[in-house]
Design a protein around this ligand. Sequence first.
Ligand code: FAD
Length: 317
Amino acid sequence: MDRKVDLTRNNTWIASLKLPILEQVSLAGRTTWKIGGPARWLLQPRSITELQQLLAHWPDGLPRLILGGGSNLLVDDNGFTGVVLELRRYLNRLELLSGHPDDEIVQIRADAGVDTRSLAHFARQNGLSGAEFLGGIPGTVGGALRMNAGAYGSDIQALLSSCEVLDTQGQRHTLTVAEMGMGYRSCGIAQDWLFVSALFSLRRDDPQRIRERMRSLNRQRREAQPLRYPSAGSTFKNPPMGAKAWQWIERVGMRGAREGQAQVSEQHCNFLLNLGGAQASEMRRLIEHIRSRVWQSGSVELALEVKIVGSEGLLSD
Ligand SMILES: Cc1cc2nc3c(=O)[nH]c(=O)nc-3n(C[C@H](O)[C@H](O)[C@H](O)COP(=O)(O)OP(=O)(O)OC[C@H]3O[C@@H](n4cnc5c(N)ncnc54)[C@H](O)[C@@H]3O)c2cc1C
């Protein structure tokens, strides 16, 4: 790893783009867990072309992290030593694609930085059904594609037609949903490729009925989930067979367990809460403690749903 790379010095690459370079930016402030140290640098690309230029001239050895809404990330207490690419500031356009008024299926194009809840409301306002479950999932379209975010029997794969990605050289590719290898909270596209936009196919329906479905799902969510404290939603994936992750955590007696200011929620054991000022190290200890207890108890390996960000990039995939 070349530790001499400095984004602000001798970089005609970045100077030519005239892109503001933010330095020492708090990542705790940009994640829903409210945990983690600063990013050495943060860039907010203003267009896909600008992103392509950035990737095409990326210095060797300079780590980068793609940040969506930060709702599935646990960032190291020492922060991240590379460049965070934050898409939501500028790449956040939603567009209804015109079709025939009698078409039952209508398409929406969304930039990767669009808030997933805005996508759900945009679909509702346009009388389009299929995205209701996204109304309660924080984050961005890019993060939802990477995670194949889902709830209440659906996931983003179910409404996706195709998406546009940039490879590590900044080359643009259009992929069909079949080419994306999506599974339960996973996507087969290389971790360092970057989603820039997606095309969704939704079905016409009565906006009032869509609104009612969204309200009902949000009510269920509020009743089941501890939304008062910062979290990243479900911490672990459900094992492929048998009991769900929360049931395992309960079974091994860890409901309410604490490590410093990190706590297993009493209400929903798969939510780990930041009670205020929790450190990433405390959260990771709690995670490891749960995993080892579940392993000892049932030889079940709880896989992480959340992504852990170390000082030089993602530690988990
Ligand atoms: C209260 C709460 C409830 C939740 N409920 C649910 C739920 O019901 N269902 C569910 O599935 N999840 C849920 N989550 C988890 C989280 O909201 C989802 O995983 C979400 O889709 C993550 O999106 P994000 O934009 O915040 O991604 P981030 O957390 O910013 O990033 C997650 C991963 O995606 C990558 N990524 C982000 N943008 C891009 C991009 N443009 N191109 C390539 N990679 C990218 C990141 O590098 C990282 O690896 C919940 C979280 C919270 C806090």
